[in-house]
Design a protein around this ligand. Structure first.
Ligand code: 5GP
Length: 117
């Protein structure tokens, strides 16, 4: 069996994290190195390595994650303006190979900037 990802360890409670919300399909934790005053990660329990590894079978899960992003942004009070980032692949800045959506808020982003930094 392949090794558990960092986020699977967090989901299983083997590594501590600030868990804000969770449901049967995903978990939302605070990012340990926040790039904005509000920076959380929405992580599916299913360890899909990258967005580009998702398949037709993951369609409902991906939709659920997107809806959760909106719901969580509302709960955190940043729904008026926030950024969602998915890094796909090492060169794109992905460091944890377990799909996750970054929600960044309470920060003004440059119009021309696409990244998190
Ligand atoms: P990526 O670079 O793969 O898109 O995002 C991985 C994110 O996970 C980074 O923003 C990083 O700060 C965060 N991270 C890495 N290790 C941990 C950890 O142990 N706990 C939490 N809460 N976040 C982590």
């Amino acid at each position: 069996m392949s090794e558990e990802t960092l986020f699977t360890k967090i989901i299983n409670g083997d590594i501590p994290a600030d868990v804000l919300f969770e449901d049967e399909q995903c978990i939302c934790i605070k990012d340990i190195h926040p790039q904005a005053p509000t920076h959380v990660l929405v992580i599916p329990r299913k360890p899909i390595p990258r967005l580009s590894d998702a398949s037709e079978a993951d369609k409902a899960l991906l939709g659920h994650l997107m809806l959760q992003v909106g719901e969580i942004a509302r709960k955190l009070g940043v729904d008026d303006a926030f950024r969602v980032v998915i890094n796909n692949g090492e060169s794109a800045g992905q460091t944890v190979f377990h799909l996750h959506l970054h929600i960044l808020g309470n920060k003004t982003f440059d119009e021309g900037s696409l990244g998190m930094h």
